[in-house]
Design a protein around this ligand. Sequence first.
Ligand SMILES: *Cc1c(COP(=O)(O)O)cnc(C)c1O
Length: 244
Amino acid sequence: MDAERRNERRSELKERLTTVLERIERARREDGRNGDTDPVSLVVVTKTFPASDVGLLAELGVRDVGENRDQEAKAKVAELPDVNVRWHMIGRLQRNKAASVAGWADVVESVDRLELADALDSAVTRRGRGPLDVLVQVNLDPFPEQGRGGVAPDGAMELAEKIASTQTLRLAGVMAVAPHPDTGVDPAAAFARLREVADRIQGTWPTARTISAGMSHDLEAAISHGATQVRVGGAILGERPRVQ
Ligand SMILES: *Cc1c(COP(=O)(O)O)cnc(C)c1O
């Protein structure tokens, strides 16, 4: 990328990042959270955007980035050996990709079934790399089997128990995506449901404090229902080129 284009992109990202950080801060204050002890962290979702954007975001102070495809993420990590960010896997994950993901991810947010927890556990053990932070992805759709990943709320405790029983995975909390608008489910009600699941898990594992919920269009609703982490793509990077 030539210097001029790089500078242009950098200021564009900077401006949008500032706006999103202001939105987060406002929502957090409106929820009455304490400044120092109750932060809301930001994962910038860089899927479909080039590694150069991750580099620019890191220069702008971003510490966490999210990716949803193993191959794409692995290539970016390889392009950026000196960039110090935490890589979050946020996409659906097949068991046969667990070993590969364990090679680059610092956090896997999309653990939604027992056999995936098992596969990650073996992968991290083999690499001798761990522990790996993981979140239980909860499905908030009214008809989970048609949803986009996530364990049904009823199954979340069992999955948390499984994760907590491993030596290599660190149960850090829960993650969810609001139900698809077509379902007609009120996102606020869905986020409230997620908080109930999170509270139950935290009751047993007090350090599992992360509630990862809220994206570009609904981060305020998520924060007002207890989100401690939001995942924002479009509002910072711009519209994503359509994949497939
Ligand atoms: C793409 C994606 C996001 C970011 O969505 P935006 O609407 O671009 O902010 C967040 N979470 C998950 C799981 C995603 O796949």
